[in-house]
Design a binder for this molecule. Structure first.
Ligand SMILES: [Zn+2]
Length: 86
């Protein structure tokens, strides 16, 4: 099953192995150890920031912007309950 692991910790696992002066056979052993170490890494669940969209209302009469939906424009007092005047 695919899952998420920490790249930093995966590199640390690979880095902790010593490849210098090893025979092909020993390299295979080291690789096996690295793979074993990588398999043991716990899944990393990235934290996702929580947010909420900010909704703005723009008055078609005066062009002012408010975050609160109101029946009358807080700036020019235009009536927002009905359709726009022709
Ligand atoms: Zn207005």
């Amino acid at each position: 099953m695919d899952d998420l692991i920490s790249r930093q910790r995966a590199i640390a696992v690979a880095d902790s192995s010593d490849y210098v002066g090893l025979s092909v056979e020993d390299c295979k052993k080291v690789t096996d150890e690295v793979v074993k170490g990588l398999k043991q890494l716990p899944s990393a669940q990235p934290e996702r920031e929580k947010g909420k969209w900010i909704v703005y209302y723009e008055c078609p009469k005066c062009g002012e912007i408010t975050k609160d939906f109101t029946e009358y424009c807080p700036f020019c007092n235009a009536d927002m309950r009905g359709e726009e005047d022709e």
